[in-house]
Design a protein around this ligand. Sequence first.
Ligand SMILES: [Zn+2]
Length: 350
Amino acid sequence: MKAEISTESVPRLDLASTCTKNPNHEGFVNFDDFNISHLPLPLRREDYFKYIQILGNRVVRLAVQKEDGGCIYGSGFLYKVGPLYVIATNDHVIGSEEDARNCTVDFFFNSPESPNTDSSYGESLLGGSDQQDLSLFTFKPVPKRVEEMNLFDNSGMSPYVSVHHDDLSVTQRRGYVCKTRGKWLVMVSRRDLYVDKLVSCEINFMRENGCQTYPATFVGISRIEEKMIGLEITDVPDFVPSVGSSAAPWPNGRDFVPVVIAHPHGGPKQVTVGKTMAVEMEGFVGKIYHTARTCPGSSGGLVITVGGDASSYVRYTAGPAIHCEGDKADTFRAVPTETGNIGASIFVSI
Ligand SMILES: [Zn+2]
């Protein structure tokens, strides 16, 4: 499958005339035109639709200026972690500090006719993982409309980590927590952090206002990647598993329908609906293979697991996923796709 970044930006999707993947863009719906009838029959419920709209509003377009003078376009998803607003996207969209600084973030590009967008600019890379194909970065300024969104504060998912080295130096930063195969991991950027000199780690969760500290116990280094390490912890405070779990309006334990919200071809935000073909663990990352239509530019877009339960992969029923890769395909493992598309998206634990 291919990373889905675009080198063009179209004001309307029908102007993406060179597209070879979905030439007429059938099945793509402008975010502002998306309504309850676009959902499969059993999912046509007002509360599901509202939930999709609210999350979809947090999808942004990213434009990254490259050294050679070109620009690439992708998608991202807005989070709040403590006082910080961050964008989650793919490592192949924002892969370095330089990419983060050279990125324009467009919020609310929801309609081709009345764009009514707010723009902001990448500030700093918080962490990235090429193996997980995930990166997180901050931006400024924070548009007023973003502040007014009253985003759920995910600070419980982002502990403070102090790494003590054998030369007595200490590196402090925030990580993000994920639970996979029964183990709790805190993922932290490796910048200024030296694995071969590591003596001990202190890991502290904070409640939303930051007044109370809840330590977890560091067990050991569980994963070492090029940009991140995974620290295994136990004694995770009771409130952590529940963070972010209650939001989705659908019950646990059912299969889900993937709904992708992204900016294909760097154009206005689009919604597509598909079928889940498989969900698998790859390493410690849960991956959804699905048939929702995507195009170049959809990388980093949001995948909502509507009507179902992602909790066996990410601990949360509503665990949203980030779209990573896609291709043309009439079948996937001998099963017809019906949309001519196969995509892969990863669950994220923040
Ligand atoms: Zn296309």
